[in-house]
Design a protein around this ligand. Structure first.
Ligand SMILES: [Zn+2]
Length: 95
């Protein structure tokens, strides 16, 4: 790693599910109930992907589900930047 590089891992690269418009990365997603939000922790932003698309939210304990929803509540909802093929029904947020 050279000076100025970030240690944030791009997931996946390039992201099918959108990236932070400021840094072009994401930190995966968190769930608020059945809703999935991708996040960038560095810039404290989130963007909505959809509801009940991934089944993992059902396996969360009450404490885990609460913690994820609480973390999401601290982030600002934004429009993600999309590269490559877009998921069905998702519009490119770039002008
Ligand atoms: Zn970012």
């Amino acid at each position: 790693m050279t000076a100025g590089e970030s240690n944030i891992i791009t997931f996946p690269a390039p992201s099918y599910f959108g990236d932070c418009p400021r840094c072009g990365r994401n930190d995966g997603y968190l769930n608020d109930g059945a809703e999935h939000w991708f996040i960038c922790r560095r810039h404290r932003v989130k963007w909505y992907l959809g509801s009940n698309l991934f089944s993992a939210w059902r396996a969360l304990s009450d404490a885990e589900a609460w913690a994820q929803a609480a973390e999401l509540a601290t982030y600002t909802a934004i429009a993600a930047r999309y590269r490559g093929t877009l998921p069905a029904g998702v519009k490119d947020s770039e002008p």
